[in-house]
Design a protein around this ligand. Sequence first.
Ligand SMILES: Cc1cc2nc3c(=O)[nH]c(=O)nc-3n(C[C@H](O)[C@H](O)[C@H](O)COP(=O)(O)OP(=O)(O)OC[C@H]3O[C@@H](n4cnc5c(N)ncnc54)[C@H](O)[C@@H]3O)c2cc1C
Length: 500
Amino acid sequence: MRSYIKLSLAVLSALAVVVNGTDNNAIADSLGLHLSLRTEILFLPDPNYENFTQRHSSFANPSYNIAIKPATTQDVSKIVKYANEHNFTYMATGGGHGISRGFSHVQGAIDIDLGKFNKTQLYLDDNLVTVGAANVLADFAETLYKAGKEIPTGNSPCVSAIGATIGAGVGPMQGLRGLMIDSLRSVLMVTPNGDIVTASKTENPDLFWAIRGAGANFGIITEATYEVYDATNNGQHINADFVYGPESAHGVFAVMSHWDSDDVYPKEMSMSVTLGVNSTTRLPFISVSVYYFGPYEAAKPYLQALVDIEPVRWHNASLGWDGMTQAAGFGQTFAKACVRGRYTSHYTAGLNQTDVHTWKTVFRQFASWSGPRPWFQGSIILQRYNAKVTQQVPEADCGAYPWRDIGTLVLMANTYDGPAHDAEVDGFYRTLRESIYKGSGFSSPHVYINFGNGDEGTEAWYGPSLPRLRKLKQKWDPRGRFGPGFPIPPESGVHFCFDT
Ligand SMILES: Cc1cc2nc3c(=O)[nH]c(=O)nc-3n(C[C@H](O)[C@H](O)[C@H](O)COP(=O)(O)OP(=O)(O)OC[C@H]3O[C@@H](n4cnc5c(N)ncnc54)[C@H](O)[C@@H]3O)c2cc1C
């Protein structure tokens, strides 16, 4: 018996809901019967949907009438072709960690949940690893560390590897190894018209260029192959965490400002500086998490500079790189990153400098706004990576990601109690973001789409890559079915599905 029948029989017989003018029985017959045995289809609402990938944030969520977990790339192809033919809206779900107000344009759609694409295969002789669309960043660590290898991954263990990569893929090893797109060698994907293709430097190179920075706009990637490297310092790194009171703000931002130069700030180091408010006392604090991919002696001068600012609490440890994200922030920071279903919006900005005055003002405004709002549990995170290696990639290998010059990425992660406070949160953060843009050292906003809000606009998302991306959008996805979070208008300028 086909699994979709097993899961959905009651719903089918009882409801025969009409979706986009097509009833469930018709969909089950015309699509379900042609998909492979392990594929699951649900007509929503259905209690079994909790076994599908749930979203990290419920902010501006897409809404679905149908959820499908395809088992093979051929299944994905058939679903896309069917949905195109019957004019269904659809969206792929990888790790479910994407957040964009643009997702709210996806209504009554098909959720193409990639949860069954979960293979991780290491090819040691070729220094390559292949992962599926459901594999999360932690899966890289588990597989590669044991083999004495490494790859640049992100900060959160629960984000999908491919989902992070197709925006660029930033993370702690970026100073040493570049962005995740810089290690990407090929992908297997379903194009917007449902064809199955490989994209690499030699096959469909224009598509390969586009997916390295604007990937969600160009189809569904079911697996990706990356180059891997011998582990730095035998896979050991130093993790150090510091907590400061608000009186140390000047000291922290002054150190960051001193480290703005990539000749001063080492490529082996990554630092996350979090501005937060204690959930009980509502008093502001700053925490700093450092990873140093090298021996303690090499890390020591940088740790000493942070000790000199007199943290109220700190520690350091030597660990395997596979455990880095779980250890950060005294083991607390990234636990939150794996939670699902909280209401969180993002705002972001890329920086070319840490302007001390700007950041002292931002911290003061953030503390005085969020302190008296107990329903708000947001933080502002500044991630500093040495950008030399990222910028030394030859132009022919760069991909569409336009903002390799960002030295520090700011992520404003705003967790709160729901839509009733949207206007208040958006009002505050839009103003704050303007001040951050002004002090960023860039003449125009540099927005990393994976941290974006969805309101910044195509210039901020794609910058100088936009004209070529629009041409490719016209070629591969002229009806604009993909990329609701950060949509690219096709070159013709016609109205498209997710025009905002
Ligand atoms: C807590 C947290 C921590 C994060 N840490 C990092 C980090 O360290 N580094 C970093 O670079 N980013 C980070 N991000 C951002 C993250 O990379 C993006 O949110 C990314 O879009 C998440 O991908 P996903 O597959 O998990 O999400 P989803 O919500 O499933 O997907 C996001 C978008 O990508 C599309 N998509 C997903 N998978 C595929 C696929 N296989 N093929 C085509 N399209 C696909 C979806 O359709 C959707 O449009 C973080 C986000 C959060 C919430």
